[in-house]
Design a protein around this ligand. Structure first.
Ligand code: HEM
Ligand SMILES: *[C@@H]1O[C@H](CO)[C@@H](O)[C@H](O)[C@H]1NC(C)=O
Ligand SMILES: *[C@@H]1O[C@H](CO)[C@@H](O)[C@H](O)[C@H]1NC(C)=O
Ligand SMILES: *[C@@H]1O[C@H](CO)[C@@H](O)[C@H](O)[C@H]1NC(C)=O
Ligand SMILES: *[C@@H]1O[C@H](CO)[C@@H](O)[C@H](O)[C@H]1NC(C)=O
Ligand SMILES: *[C@@H]1O[C@H](CO)[C@@H](O)[C@H](O)[C@H]1NC(C)=O
Ligand SMILES: *[C@@H]1O[C@H](CO)[C@@H](O)[C@H](O)[C@H]1NC(C)=O
Ligand SMILES: *[C@@H]1O[C@H](CO)[C@@H](O)[C@H](O)[C@H]1NC(C)=O
Length: 534
């Protein structure tokens, strides 16, 4: 019965009914989820660390492929150990990145260095819209999906804990009753427990260094860190963990370990007379669909009160990296658009239409700039740059006419989000006159504000982190000018200015218009501004 919702979710993943662009949080989550390799993806994206799936960044040998460990396995164990503190009765604990705290990592239930290693990598994707907890979830999800596993429904919006959670991760020497009670506290039945342990233990194994009472030294040149693996295919998602157990050939150190007290997988797998684990051994399909469901539930196990987003599906047409800057009488518009499920095709013609404030529509032919892919190359996307002249130029728009929205025409087919278009915000933007004053830590930010827009506030959004690494956005209001300062004579824009002395500050520009807050989304430091004129 459980498999029905799974099928529904998977159908959703490939369907084209996503949210309406722009939505800063969903746009950011969608990018980390689906822009995995290729154009507009940083070389050290999450997916790059599970390609190949036996990559272990922290190994002593080049690439770590002979370490016996993998980043993929670390990420999955990290996500589970963060989740396992959840208490479904009082609503505390769950996937909230509390595993990042040294105090939690020092507990016996969290022995090993995989948690610190994971934080080292996956936190690089954190931003104001994607929490540390979201990146832990995404790291596990991308490891599973890219290493042979099923697609997993992903929601974002996890909130990072301010302090460690109460302990609660199961340990191998505990008895079956304790494990059943532990999983029940986390929100999982006994059958779910068998599934989750099998779904997790299709990756990785137990290390001698941290579990010398379970695993002996192995002295192997291809398993330098002495890891006794749960199955023979320990960097790949498959049902061998169940098949080898049922066939009696398993080398799983938590099944056939020399000390029966720590054979927890043996007790768990056998706890329903082998019924569930046998169904996994008999059918890869059953195992795969069960794991897709259980992993999604595991990653969505969050403290009470945390509101997760809808399941993030790829936007069929997605503008990205949009920048609007006022330069005298023109608006410099730059950016790109991504077309999902599209490969490179030199004969394809893509045009962008932009709609101005006077009801006129203009157009320009876009330039193909590359492809990206996700899910181990299963999906591809084609990217087009707004400006026909590379590299990274911009379109010059008439500032008086302005721009309300854009849409696209692909080989004659209009893409306008079902009629609503892709809205752009030209009521406020950085002015090209922003400048730095000699000393690198002093500068002036000029914000161009459209005269006929109902702009109540303009502020800088300073991006920093608090004492427990959480991203914090602090609004610093610009004082409205005493009387309008036209950007140029007759310009539809006036300038609001602020002098800055905060060294190295990273910020975006925000404004409140008709009661709604908007952000340019473009990260700035004032060191990049040209010198102020004398
Ligand atoms: C009763 C429950 C569980 C117990 C007692 C248990 C125990 C263990 C132990 C002792 C290790 C070895 C860690 C090391 O050597 O660093 C391990 C590894 C691992 N566990 Fe579990 N586990 C349980 C449930 C789970 C679940 C539910 C998942 C995920 C769904 C999971 C995923 C993993 C993974 C991926 C590894 C390999 C880590 C690596 O190779 O770096 N485990 N587990
Ligand atoms: C992907 O594109 C191909 C060819 O354009 C189309 O046949 C297919 O239905 C698309 N798949 C999805 C999931 O949109
Ligand atoms: C590995 O080497 C250690 C130390 O040399 C030795 O005590 C142990 O028996 C060896 N183990 C195996 C499995 O060969
Ligand atoms: C087996 O493991 C348990 C729990 O770690 C430990 O207390 C016990 O001493 C071990 N037994 C042997 C024979 O090593
Ligand atoms: C479960 O399967 C294992 C491996 O084949 C076997 O050793 C064990 O006796 C079985 N347990 C039950 C309760 O059937
Ligand atoms: C693009 O603009 C040109 C004139 O500027 C016009 O002739 C053409 O029809 C427009 N194309 C589209 C697709 O709107
Ligand atoms: C800019 O647009 C306005 C409004 O459509 C128009 O009146 C003006 O002539 C345009 N300026 C130029 C230089 O095209
Ligand atoms: C910024 O500093 C310059 C030079 O000190 C000064 O002339 C100007 O009035 C200041 N602007 C604002 C908005 O404070």
């Amino acid at each position: 019965m459980r498999s029905l919702p799974v099928l529904a979710i998977l159908r959703c993943l490939s369907a084209a009914n996503a949210y309406v662009w722009p939505s800063p949080q969903l746009d950011a989550l969608e990018a980390v989820r689906f822009d995995q390799v290729g154009f507009n993806v940083l070389p050290n994206s999450l997916a790059s660390f599970v390609s190949p799936c036996n990559l272990f960044l922290f190994g002593t040998t080049a690439g770590g492929e002979t370490s016996g460990r993998s980043d993929a396995a670390d990420w999955i164990r990290t996500a589970y150990h963060d989740v396992a503190t959840h208490n479904s009765i009082d609503g505390t604990g769950g996937l909230d990145a509390s595993i990042r705290f040294a105090e939690e990592q020092a507990r016996a239930e969290n022995v090993g260095n995989g948690f610190a290693n994971t934080a080292n990598i996956v936190f690089s994707e954190v931003n104001r819209y994607v929490s540390m907890a979201d990146t832990i979830a995404l790291g596990a999800l991308i490891a599973i999906e890219n290493c042979g596993g099923p697609e997993i429904a992903f929601r974002g919006g996890r909130i990072d804990a301010a302090e460690p959670n109460a302990p609660g991760v199961p340990q191998p020497q505990q008895d079956l009753e304790t494990h059943i009670a532990s999983f029940a506290r986390q929100g999982f039945s006994q059958t779910d427990m068998i599934g989750l342990v099998a779904c997790g233990h299709t990756f990785g194994g137990v290390q001698h260094d941290f579990f010398p009472d379970i695993v002996n030294e192995l002295n192997s040149t291809t398993d330098i860190e002495d890891v006794a693996h749960f199955d023979s295919t320990y960097v790949t998602f498959d049902n061998n963990v169940a098949r080898e157990y049922i066939s009696g050939t398993t080398q799983n150190p938590l099944v056939v370990g020399f000390n029966d007290t720590t054979n927890s997988d043996k007790r768990i797998f056998g706890s329903d007379g082998n019924h569930t684990i046998r169904s996994f051994a008999n059918s890869l399909e059953t195992f795969t669909s069960t794991c897709a469901d259980l992993y999604a539930r595991m990653l969505d196990t969050v403290p009470r009160g945390v509101q997760l987003t809808e399941v993030i599906t790829p936007l069929p047409v997605k503008p990205a990296g949009i920048e609007l800057i006022l330069d005298g009488d023109t608006l410099q518009l730059s950016g790109a658009v991504r077309f999902w499920n599209m490969t490179a095709d030199p004969s394809r013609i893509v045009k962008m239409l932009w709609h101005d404030h006077f009801g006129n529509t203009h157009n320009s032919t876009l330039t193909f700039v590359g492809t990206s892919s996700s899910t181990g190359g299963k999906y591809s996307a084609a990217w087009y740059w707004f400006d026909p002249t590379l590299p990274f130029g911009f379109l010059s728009l008439n500032a008086t006419a302005g721009v309300r929205s854009v849409s696209f025409v692909v080989d004659g087919v209009l893409e306008d989000q079902g009629g609503v278009g892709f809205a752009l915000q030209d009521a406020f933007m950085q002015s090209q006159t922003s400048c730095s004053m000699g000393a690198p830590e002093v500068g002036r930010v000029d914000v161009a504000v459209r005269n006929n827009a109902n702009v109540a506030r303009v502020y800088l959004e300073a991006i920093s982190t608090d004492s427990v690494q959480r991203v914090v956005v602090t609004e610093i209001d610009l004082t409205p000018p005493a009387r309008p300062i036209p950007a140029t004579p007759g310009s539809p824009y006036s300038l609001w200015s602020m002098n800055l002395t905060d060294q190295g500050m990273l910020f975006t520009i925000g404004a409140e218009i008709d009661g709604i807050k908007y952000s340019t989304g473009q990260l700035l430091t004032f060191e990049e501004f040209p010198p102020c004129p004398e």
